[in-house]
Design a protein around this ligand. Sequence first.
Ligand code: ADP
Ligand code: MG
Length: 366
Amino acid sequence: MKVVLEHLTKQFPSRRKKGETVTAVNDFNFEIPDGKLIGLLGPSGCGKSTTLNLISGLEAPTSGRILFGDDDVTRLPPENRGVGLVFQNYALYPHLTVLENIMFPLQNIKGADRPTKPQMIERAKAAARLVQIDDLLSRKPSEMSGGQQQRVAIARALVKMPKVLLLDEPLSNLDARLRLQTREEIRRIQQETGITTVFVTHDQDEAMSISDMIVVMKSGILQQIGAPQEVYDDPVNLFVATFLGVPPINVFDGEVKNGRLYLGDQAVMDAPGVGGQKVAVGIRPEGFILDENGPLEVQLKRVEVMGRDTSVVSTHPASRNALIRSIIPARNKVDKGAAAVRFSLMPEKVFLFHADTEERIPVDAR
Ligand code: ADP
Ligand code: MG
């Protein structure tokens, strides 16, 4: 089921007396293609949950429309939208078994659509099989791990065969290893069922790894939407560039003069087509090439061996961050005792941004 958001806006009155209205979601326009998994990504408070709640119908928009396929669902209550919801706090019923928890949404169906008891059990078991907890059906939630409980919550959201599955930070309560495992599971289930899914997270790694498309948000405003790799390789502004990537992008104050990019007094790269101006410069950690004749000289602080790669930690007067992190292949040996190291830069890993607006500045193809 395709989901379309049209000029979707949600304002809240301030929680403080006489405070300003909060625009949690500001004029969102985008389309979630049928059968895809979309990662809604942004820092805490940027409006991710509000967006999800608007799609589910738990919140009503201040203005704008939501369509499921060609149907306008903006005024439909949540129970009539055919959505499955999973939250960070899975809120299972403690006194019910796993099977009963999963069946619960079916028991709320009224009228002619209500399945018979054996049909309910069959469908609950099918949902449990999908999330691989079919051997735990008679347990109570307290007898299961956090990861297993979250699977029950997912099975419960799937049991009514929703048209759209909405997941709000579903892995936040799990430990690191389980998070990794469960996110792969969610991806597998989504691909097996083909259910259009919106996955909310503040964790860029999580969103990048399982999404067909990511939607990056900041302060209620959509920043960029695209395939994870596209957004990583071609960020529209400094915020997006900084938000994606581990270790994060290195940011410098630079200046373009006569078609050359300067960091301090070092001309580090050509910048064809860019007028003379102060710029913010983002350099991905993997964009540095160890090069004894390279144009960028940094002060070496330490070298961290990471097995496959080596992380070179350094400083530079033009760097906005206290430390610069460069990731180079382990076969490139760095003299750990050296005071300084020289790099050349991979042009496709260096982004220029307007010093004031922080919007990306296009550089002519080389
Ligand atoms: P996220 O899920 O990205 O952390 P939210 O969607 O929960 O962000 O919140 C977005 C903004 O809207 C925040 O500034 C938050 O304080 C505000 N907000 C959310 N819900 C309400 C509400 N019911 N009343 C007032 N403000 C709210
Ligand atoms: Mg939230």
